[in-house]
Write a protein that binds this ligand. Structure first.
Ligand code: ATP
Ligand code: MG
Length: 414
């Protein structure tokens, strides 16, 4: 008897001639996710099997549940094609289905592609059903509304599996190319990265750090966000840009009400340069229509005009409550809500521009003469090694999330 998870990957099978490309990506991602376990991952005629050691079953299951491209997966037992072996394997799966439950109703669905097997599909279902009901008195046959369906397939070997567990769906990460995620310490951008990875986009993240105005903990927050996203986004790397000089120049030279928009524009310029260097075809941001002044159509049009490639904004039509629900589900919410300030909140004007005239403000941005500073920032990007250590999740306090006064903040107020 051999244990395996049988993985189903619906949408990939729609991709015609490209199918092998998607399948190989999925297999590679599953292997990467499971590299610390004793597993064998095999692709066989439209199915992926993961053979595992029983003692690691739960941990392997958790990883598969976080791998994009998997529609569902089911624990499968593979046996020799004898009636006795079928009974033994069915019994193992029945024990599992019964664990912690008083009674379980069940039915068996049998399929036989190997017609040399001496029992028909119908006979397999009847005989195995009788055997299980007799062997496990808490099981009862109910073919109309069963709690549990045991599927038996007789092919080159016999395969038995219970109901599949849903996966995350989506496409294997990497099959849609690569993007660069603008990752702040906030709630939105980690969710944006998650959603784009779900559609197969491989990602690196870039964080614009404004030390000493924002504390070191703001950077640690972002590192922990990357660690939390990594099980979903294999290979997610982190670049940190020293944004202080650019930010200070903007604060000194720009009209006060345009400071946030000018900072955002500078981030887009630097991110575009980094994306070109790292061969990322698109930028990804956590912007959402109408959420704040810098996210009106006019503001987005201004900041977006500095990108030399598309900016994907997967949250654009979502409500904050929907974004928060997702952030909680993927585990980033307690990290995002740690009370450490981001440069956006520290430098934000009281009455920001809401409907900027795009071309006029573009002219003002160019007049700021930020190019040498932006160039310097782009060249001195730090690639952070986020491996090792676990995310310190959980809120570290319940005060105002923007409340911790950053050292030096007052020095640059005009
Ligand atoms: P978030 O919750 O992701 O911070 P937000 O609603 O607070 O989003 P803003 O702070 O206006 O919105 O930022 C809009 C987007 O700009 C962010 O979602 C992120 O993609 C990007 N961004 C903002 N600040 C930074 C930063 N310091 N580093 C990297 N990206 C940033
Ligand atoms: Mg923010």
């Amino acid at each position: 008897m051999e244990n395996a998870f049988l993985i189903k990957y619906g949408e990939i099978s729609l991709k015609g001639k490209n199918r092998p490309y998607f399948e190989n990506k999925l297999v590679a991602n599953v292997r990467k996710a499971l590299k610390r376990f004793r597993v064998a991952v095999k692709l066989k005629v439209g199915r992926v099997y993961v053979h595992y050691e029983e003692s690691e079953a739960a941990a392997v299951r958790d990883e598969l549940a976080r791998t994009f491209g998997i529609i569902s997966f089911a624990r499968t037992v593979k046996t020799e094609k004898t009636y006795e072996e079928l009974c033994a394997a069915a019994s193992v799966l029945a024990e599992e289905a019964l664990s912690g439950r008083e009674r379980v109703s069940f039915k068996i669905e049998a399929r036989r592609t190997d017609k040399s097997f001496p029992l028909t599909s119908y006979e397999i279902a009847c005989r195995l059903g009788e055997y299980l009901a007799h062997r496990h008195p808490r099981l009862e046959v109910n073919v109309r509304r069963p709690d549990w369906i045991l599927t038996v397939e007789i092919r080159e070997r016999a395969y038995l599996y219970g109901p599949p567990q849903p996966g995350l769906g989506g496409l294997p990460v990497g099959c849609s190319g690569r993007g660069l995620l603008l990752l702040s310490g906030g709630i939105d951008s980690p969710v944006a990265g998650y959603l784009m990875a779900k559609r197969g986009l491989g990602l690196d993240a870039v964080y614009f750090h404004t030390a000493p105005f924002t504390p070191e903990q703001s950077k640690e927050k972002v590192i922990d966000l990357v660690r939390t996203l990594r099980p979903y986004v294999p290979g997610l790397g982190l670049f940190v840009v020293d944004f202080s000089a650019v930010q200070v120049a903007i604060k000194e030279k720009a009209f006060h009400n345009a400071v946030t928009l000018m900072s955002r524009a500078a981030m887009v310029v630097i991110a575009s340069r980094l994306a070109r260097r790292e061969r990322a075809a698109v930028l990804v941001s956590g912007e959402c229509l109408g959420q704040v002044a810098s996210q009106t159509p006019e503001s987005l049009s201004f900041t977006g005009s500095f990108a030399d490639r598309p900016i994907l904004r997967p949250l654009i039509g979502l409500d904050k409550s929907e974004i928060i629900d997702m952030a909680r589900r993927i585990g980033t919410f307690p990290i995002s809500t740690r009370p450490f300030a981001d440069c956006c909140t520290l430098f934000a004007p009281e009455h920001p521009l809401i409907k900027p005239d795009r071309d006029r403000l573009r002219g003002e941005f160019l007049d700021l003469g930020l190019d040498p500073l932006m160039e310097k920032a782009a060249l001195s990007v730090e690639k952070v090694d986020v491996d090792g250590g676990n995310p310190k999740d959980g809120r570290q306090g319940d005060s105002d999330p923007t409340g911790s006064a950053a050292p030096g903040e007052s020095q640059i107020r005009r």
